[in-house]
Design a protein around this ligand. Structure first.
Ligand SMILES: [Zn+2]
Length: 271
């Protein structure tokens, strides 16, 4: 189970806040740092973190897995990954270069046009890297076009660890909010509620849990909502004003919340 501390979200929406701090500011104080290329990721670290080799195959496979999840061709652009030896080094860097960024365990930002992941060596490294890498791929593939925050975070949660592990992370919270209620969807779990939260600073653990559950549901090929979601994604990628997914679902599948609720009950409540 993760602590509050490890919930992270920043994303490319907030990037206008980050003036000018480039990779040079990382390289300067630690002169031995060199960029080490591993496929589409360019790592910067003093010493390779112990947990890094194990997560590399997953990072390598991530673009293809995401592409098949979205049903879209994705554009994978080079991403810089700054790995800090401990939390203090990470915080010092944030203090100097991103004073307004949330103090979580990792971050995805675009600095001077360069997509960049910041993370700390430690227990959550694999999760953090996979999570932020989803944001990086979304950024590369959907360009400046807005991917809704719930979709960006829900997808990142979906791919950062196994299904079983994510059930443990989010299931309890979803069960808590639903209680014995099986007929109507609790307001905070509604897609239309999630869509109203557009700033990373306004998110909480429930937002992540609900977004994760929607992203998992929409990917199910058996639901009639699946095709509507896929069309929505391809419209975002094509720069067609995509609007809100909940509006499209209401028109095409008026009972979509019931379908989601049923899926949620089967997957999360009756395990
Ligand atoms: Zn995130």
């Amino acid at each position: 189970m993760r602590t509050k501390l490890s919930r992270r979200s920043w994303g490319f929406r907030a990037l206008t806040l980050t003036a000018g701090a480039g990779l040079a500011s990382f390289a300067r104080p630690v002169s031995r740092v060199q960029a080490i290329e591993k496929d589409w990721l360019y790592f910067h670290y003093e010493r390779e973190p112990a947990g890094l080799p194990a997560v590399l195959p997953e990072l390598r496979a991530l673009p293809e897995r995401l592409s098949s999840y979205y049903g879209l061709k994705l554009k994978v652009t080079p991403v810089h990954v700054l790995l800090f030896k401990d939390r203090q080094a990470y915080l010092n860097h944030l203090e100097k270069t991103l004073p307004r960024a949330p103090r979580r365990t990792s971050l995805f930002v675009v600095r001077g046009g360069k997509p960049t992941i910041l993370a700390t060596a430690g227990k959550t490294l694999a999760r953090d890297l996979l999570h932020e890498a989803v944001h990086a791929i979304n950024f590369g593939s959907f360009g400046g076009r807005q991917v809704p925050l719930w979709l960006d975070e829900g997808g990142a949660e979906l791919f950062e660890a196994t299904q079983t592990s994510q059930d443990l992370v989010h299931g309890e919270m979803l069960r808590g909010i639903m209680g014995e209620q099986r007929d109507a969807l609790a307001v905070p779990l509604k897609l239309s509620s999630l869509e109203r939260i557009e700033l990373p600073t306004k998110t909480d653990a429930l937002f992540y849990a609900a977004s994760w559950a929607w992203c998992r549901f929409l990917a199910e090929r058996g639901t009639p909502c699946h095709a509507i979601w896929r069309r929505y994604l391809s419209d975002i990628q094509a720069d067609i004003a995509a609007g809100k997914l909940s509006h499209r679902l209401t028109l095409a599948e008026p009972n979509y919340e019931t379908l989601f609720l049923k899926h949620l009950s089967l997957k999360t409540l009756d395990k």
